[in-house]
Design a protein around this ligand. Structure first.
Ligand code: 5GP
Length: 208
């Protein structure tokens, strides 16, 4: 039971929910983890870095990745493709790491379907829609059109919160970060059914 395989923590929620700030805040307190860097066709934003925030590729390159089965999951979000590369995730899981994803609700469904019982999912949201609007406007990284598309998506996504294991309302960053830390630590302790069955089998069989 000690050499446990890895686990997955899915974080979803509207842009402006504070997911990145929360991850940064808890990063030193949750042990060894691998943050999955997605690949996207959306244009790079001011302040973003290639290979840090995303791998930025053309639509042609992305489609090649789809054809070559490179993605664990991918989705079209706000008219751009976003995908999770399979290879580094597999490696991190084989090394027993906690793999953290920042993906949308479609991605959560796909990851749950593919990785099942090692997944813990969390939806993170500002307390209200008007607070989200305020945060998106203050951030001023997006055009009015993009902000409206994000708000529309947030209204749709909030209807699917019941598909998640946990909901974090990010009103106070300190409180939200403590919750995320507890969830991340617990996610690492989650044991896949196969490992539980093996444990039970051995527990019954070994005699002294
Ligand atoms: P943004 O453009 O603000 O960085 O991200 C827009 C949305 O795409 C967010 O909801 C984010 O969680 C989602 N997203 C980012 N990467 C992926 C991915 O690899 N797969 C999926 N399904 N969604 C993603």
């Amino acid at each position: 039971m000690n050499a446990k395989s890895g686990a997955v923590l899915v974080l979803s929620g509207p842009s402006g929910a504070g997911k990145s700030s929360l991850i940064n805040k808890v990063s030193g307190e949750i042990g060894d983890y691998y943050f999955s860097i997605s690949t996207t066709t959306r244009p790079i934003r001011k302040g973003e870095e290639e290979g840090v925030h995303y791998y930025f590729v053309s639509i042609e390159e992305f489609k090649k990745g789809i054809d070559n089965d490179c993605f664990l999951e991918y989705a079209l979000v706000h008219g751009n493709y976003y995908g999770t590369s399979l290879k580094p995730v597999k490696e991190a899981l084989n090394n027993g790491k906690l793999v953290i994803f920042d993906i949308d609700v479609q991605g959560n469904t796909a990851v749950n379907n593919r990785l099942g019982d090692i997944v813990t999912s969390v939806f993170i949201t500002p307390p209200t829609l008007s607070e989200l609007k305020k945060r998106l406007k203050n951030r001023s990284t997006d055009s009015q059109e993009v902000i409206e598309s994000r708000i529309k998506m947030a209204k749709r996504e909030i209807q699917r919160v019941s598909e998640y294991d946990f909901l974090i309302v990010n009103d106070d960053l300190e409180v939200a970060a403590s919750a995320l830390k507890l969830i991340a630590v617990a996610a690492k302790l989650k044991i896949p059914i196969e490992e539980i069955n093996n444990f039970v089998q051995n527990w019954e069989d070994i005699e002294f």
